[in-house]
Design a protein around this ligand. Structure first.
Ligand code: EPU
Length: 333
């Protein structure tokens, strides 16, 4: 276990915010986590790769980060493979490992920043697949009483970028391991956008080709956090009622959409933001990425307040033009 006092978090958040935590503890076993909690400076923030949060100021408490980095095959038959993965494994390292071993299920989620523990909290998703599609069990540690609890995927109450860990149980549990159920049989899912075309250009739907195609598409649209600070999609795609959608469509016949549950309609927030004229525009050191309007970037030296000011301005403009209130996918800390 490594415990640091008054520690910079600049390289621990993909927005590159230059903030500090009173204490940062990297724990690598349940015993270690239990021992820290006996004498901890509160409040506590459980953090993964820092790819989905925006620090508004220094964190006056303890940041807990899992360094559990094991990947273990629990069972393997000709059909399915069950794998237990430590919360601190870098998500894309796990996807690469699956690709090398011939395990299907997560290839469409290639190159998503962050770590395995956070994937189960955030229900990450891309190109028609969500983490919940392959999660069997989320293993956790209760910060209040030190007990262990396994949540089945059903108990996690997964929805679009939602889980029980972001809602009712927010801040109460630290993920230790996630158990995934993967397929040995090919299961290409190429229905999203230009994915199939890209995969065919590479020679057909093998695991490696799908992973490579997703990586190419992401690299062409999304900024590399090492070059330009960002947290991926800053906003969630809003889900609106059919009458609300029809009203927008009557003025904007080209509005893209996806069907959502219960007859609702999901509209890409990036399109709404672009229509409001924000794509590629800046407000001080914060900007809207020029290739994907859903992504806000730190042009250098931006504070959390700078990014929030831009986000709030965009929310106001989208509300005024479309009557839709955007919600952030990024969490303000
Ligand atoms: N669009 C625009 N302008 C833009 C961006 C998008 O008009 O600036 C429109 C286009 O019509 C495009 C449609 O929106 O066809 C959808 O765009 P895209 O395929 O880029 O996906 P998205 O809905 O904007 C979501 C996820 C991404 C994920 C992609 C691909 C959310 C909030 N975002 O974006 O996730 O990679 O789909 O599956 O659901 C992330 O969560 O960090 C993330 C990058």
């Amino acid at each position: 276990m490594i415990i640091r006092e008054n520690c910079s978090l600049a390289d621990r958040n993909t927005f590159g915010m230059n903030v500090k935590a009173d204490c940062l503890a990297d724990w690598s076993s349940v015993e270690e986590l239990r021992s820290i909690l006996t004498d901890i400076k509160e409040p506590v923030l459980v953090m993964g790769g820092g790819s989905n949060l925006l620090f508004m100021s220094d964190f006056k408490g303890t940041v807990l980060h899992s360094s559990i980095s094991t990947i273990d095959v629990l069972s393997d038959d000709s059909d399915r493979v069950r794998v237990q993965v430590g919360a601190g494994v870098v998500w894309d390292d796990f996807v690469a490992w699956c690709s090398v071993n011939g395990y299907w299920g997560v290839e469409n989620l290639s190159l998503i920043p962050g770590e395995v523990g956070a994937c189960a909290v955030q229900n990450i998703g891309a190109y028609g697949v969500e983490a919940k599609d392959v999660i069997e069990t989320v293993q956790t540690f209760c910060l209040a009483d030190g007990t262990m609890r396994d949540f089945s995927a059903g108990e996690c109450r997964y929805g679009y970028r939602q889980s029980i860990f972001k809602n009712e149980l927010k801040g109460k549990y630290a993920v230790t391991y996630v158990i995934f159920s993967l397929s040995r049989k090919p299961q290409p899912r190429l229905g999203y956008g230009a994915l199939e075309q890209e995969v065919n250009a590479l020679g057909g739907p093998t695991l490696t080709n799908i992973r490579q195609a997703v990586i190419s598409i992401r690299e062409s649209k999304l900024p590399d956090p090492k070059v330009l600070g960002n947290a991926g999609s800053f906003f969630m795609n809003p889900v609106i009622t059919a009458p609300e959608f029809d009203k927008i469509k009557s003025s904007y016949p080209d509005v893209p959409s996806y069907p959502a549950a219960d007859g609702m309609v999901k509209v890409p927030a990036g399109w709404l933001i672009e229509k409001c004229g924000w794509k590629g525009r800046s407000l001080g050191p914060a900007a809207v990425y020029d290739k994907q309007a859903l992504v806000l970037v730190n042009k250098g030296g931006a504070t959390g307040q700078d990014i929030k000011k831009l986000a709030d301005t965009i929310i106001g403009d989208v509300k005024e033009r479309f009557g839709i209130t955007l919600s952030t996918e990024v969490n303000y800390i």
